[in-house]
Design a protein around this ligand. Structure first.
Ligand code: NAP
Ligand code: ZN
Ligand code: ZN
Length: 360
């Protein structure tokens, strides 16, 4: 299969910085689109993968699954897109399309294993897939997304992961006008959860460890902020929330949040993947029919619905634009919870090879 060599930023090992490298992109197949990447969001999962936090990272690793760009080529059988269109790619580039999950537009739960935009198995070139920290990406049109024209393009990218990951549980648990929703952690996912839940008409509370984020949360639309380390504030919201979306990336005790759920309420984990050190205390679950659940990104149809909803309501993330060359510093800031509230890479910096030190 013919390939083109493109510039990318990735890492060769878990303890190495990301750096400039060349990767291969396949020539478009009949159903493929080729996208010239304009912007790529920076998700905490990029960092987890680059540093092998979850195990299983294949190197070299080129992260990035919040991709926005313009189509430069289409295959002969492509019907959804044409050259010059804007297009987005999120966390998935393929799935089996035949299993029960795929048939229900739940490609993220493909029973035969969906293909991640990075670190997935590449059926075309062998080896593994490379993400959006690169000049171009080639993807089957079935996994491309249409971008509402009215949205500010610079800020759209984070909707492709942070947006859909919080939208999917909001929809699944039927959040609507008057629902009481809480969000744990004000980072990329957390701030989108607030905006989307507000967009659906919910009353929204933020749980945060960071008192310096209170005003930001209120400005983002939250109705209240609870500092999770203040016991009196936690006690004051017992039994209150229909749904809690927990975006914390690392192990933490979820028991204090469970008692803030209403009867039948659900706490959905979308952040931490792994074993929890603190055992679950079951009485609040048994005595209140409360649930603890998990959720991963969303299907392609649902992602398009979320993008269209954001287009209608003009909902966009708060972003800080960075150069590709600043990605390593950006990861360090992410580890300090110092992201307000999503980094987006201006891919022009990779294409031009501009290195603007300390320019954020
Ligand atoms: P992020 O921007 O770094 O935000 C995480 C927030 O969690 C921080 O801003 C902080 O908020 C809080 N936090 C961080 N460390 C904490 C700790 N040790 N204890 C308690 N709170 C802590 O990350 P993100 O991009 O939103 O991603 C969040 C997590 O979701 C990551 O693990 C990522 O891999 C995962 N993720 C999952 C999916 C999925 O499909 N399920 C999709 C995308 C990402 P405060 O300062 O307000 O406390
Ligand atoms: Zn992500
Ligand atoms: Zn499938």
């Amino acid at each position: 299969m013919n390939t083109t060599s493109v510039k990318a930023f990735g890492t060769e090992a878990k303890d190495k910085d990301l750096q400039l490298m060349q990767i291969e992109r396949r020539e478009v197949t009949p159903t493929d689109i080729e996208i010239d990447i304009l912007y790529c969001g920076v998700c905490h999962s990029d960092l987890h993968t680059a540093r092998n936090d979850w195990g299983g990272t294949k190197y070299p690793s080129v992260p990035g699954h919040e991709i926005i760009g313009r189509i430069t080529k289409v295959g002969s059988a492509v019907t959804k897109f044409k050259v010059g269109d804007l297009a987005g790619v999120g966390c998935l580039v393929d799935s089996c399309r035949e299993c029960e999950s795929c048939k229900q537009n739940l490609e993220q739960y493909c029973l035969n294993g969906s293909t991640g935009t990075y670190n997935g198995k590449d059926p075309f070139l062998g080896g593994h897939t490379f993400g959006g920290y690169s000049e171009k990406v080639v993807v089957d049109e079935a996994f491309g997304l249409h971008i509402p024209e009215n949205l500010d393009l610079k800020a759209v990218a984070p909707l492709l992961c942070a947006g859909i990951t919080t939208w999917s549980p909001l929809k699944h648990w039927d959040v609507k006008e008057g629902s009481k929703v809480a969000v744990v952690g004000l980072g990329g996912l957390g701030h989108m959860a607030i905006k989307l839940a507000k967009g659906l008409g919910a009353n929204v509370t933020l749980f945060s460890r960071s008192p310096d984020k209170i005003q930001d949360a209120l400005d983002l639309g939250a109705d209240a902020v609870v500092i999770s380390t203040y016991e009196n504030e936690m006690n004051a919201v017992k039994g209150k929330f229909d749904l809690i979306i927990d975006t914390v990336p690392y192990d933490h005790d979820i028991n204090p949040y469970i008692s803030t759920l209403t009867i039948n309420g659900t706490l959905v984990l979308v952040g931490y993947i792994g074993k929890m050190e603190e055992a679950l205390f079951t009485p609040p679950m048994i005595l209140g029919r409360r649930s603890v659940a998990g959720s991963v990104i969303g299907g392609i149809k649902e992602t398009q619905e979320m993008l269209d909803f954001c287009g209608e309501k003009n909902i966009l993330p708060e972003i800080e634009m960075i150069n590709m060359q600043n990605i390593n510093e950006a990861y360090e800031r992410m580890l300090k919870s110092d992201v307000r509230y999503r980094f987006v890479i201006d891919m022009q910096s990779l294409k031009n090879g501009i290195i603007l030190k300390n320019s954020w």
